[in-house]
Design a protein around this ligand. Sequence first.
Ligand code: BG6
Length: 492
Amino acid sequence: MSLNKDFMWGGASAANQYEGGYDEGGKGLNAVDVLTNGSATEARKATWKTPDGEVGTTDLHWGPGEFKLPEGAVPQLVDGYYYPSHQGTDFYHHYKEDIKYMAEMGFDVFRLSMNWSRILPNGDDEKPNEAGLAFYDQVFDECAKYGIKPLVTLSHYETPLSLIQRFGGWKDRHLIDAFAHYAEIVMKHYQGKVQYWLTFNEINAMDMAPYMGGGLIDGSEQNRAQGAHNQFVASSKAVKIAHEIDAHNQVGMMLAYSAIYPYTCDPADQLLVMKAKQDMLFYSDVQMRGYYPTSRLKKYERDGIKLDDRPEDYELLKKYPCDFLSFSCYTSNVVTTHANDAKAAGNVSAGNITNPYLETNAWGWATDPDVLCLGLNELWERYHKPLWVVENGLGWADKFEDGKIHDDYRIKYLRAQIKSMEEAVSLDGVDLMGYTMWSAIDLVSNGTGEMKKRYGFVYVDRDDRGHGSLKRYPKDSFYWYKKVIASNGQDL
Ligand code: BG6
């Protein structure tokens, strides 16, 4: 047996893609509530208004690149657009049914995010919205009924819209204390119900998708650097608060991890890999080691970036690093300095080069059978802190046939992923806490805003224009995962 007997199996989700109920129970709007849907070839758009009544949209590209709204424009709802997050797949009204499905699969843990603006509608209100607190109480009680532990992300791209409109997002230090206040409220309120917390989903999204990750309406390098700094400090404050409230609390950071391969053995390509890794691991270096890596400080110096920081920020980072490192991992990416015509189609990030050794899905994401073993080893060797795979899965346009979904391609993908993860544990001794597959139940795709790009073990009847009964149907992978959990990963 390779995995610990207390290894935690489960599935993951995010409020902005799943919860819905966007204007119910006193919830305020968040960053994603003003994003339209897109596709593999068409970017999602942020809708905005200017003070003199001009309305418009700005494309949101996933991948390195900057995002900037026109001068004076702030993100807002605009009539005539479809916003998929508003209903998600309606966990808000289906949580009992969905948690029952999770229990049937044998989940030990359910990863969900709390909608910050459901608790504090403007993000920095002094008093919490009681109806918002009550909603998650019901969810956690339902989980407890089946012995399922919640793993709660405090912010999964859900910066409250009001903070974006008033402060321009995470570039402003005001958000540090707003977040700490929010963390304190929920950590006190749910003491005894929630033990595992994550601060910021895919914190390195600050660079890859500055609006999504940091609510930045101007994603300049200066703002991204400040946004990251502010999130680091806010995260350390949350760790401090969590430990003071309850010594059992464990707080993780969350990194978007991808293995990065050189296309050729040209040393110039190896240097490119090294740079790409520095960009990605800068975030985990700060959150796990408690200080900035010199490569990033030098980069800021070269680029003329000046942080609005305080000496006490660095004391906090040092004193309150995260307890464990969680990460998402779906695929690997290829980079090269050579002119290359093997550009991947779809919404892939990093090098955008097709790996000739791997298959890809319809969105251009490579299905790499060894990526988890590589990632787990790399992160374990670098930090020697417990790890948790909190997202891994396959997006696919599932076919619904008479109430059945035969997703053997997903089973094949997951089988390889779990095998790779187990190898890292049994062969290399990686300390791995758990695995939450993305996603337990179908939900809206984050990158494209589509329903068509499905990940769940349970199919939800809903399409890309928001039509459908929202009825749930277990897929073939549902029954397969149940076996996997029952055998602690042995029966693949
Ligand atoms: C991660 C995010 O980037 O990948 C999730 O944390 C997201 O929110 C997941 O859904 C899969 O990406 P996508 O774009 O296929 O939904």
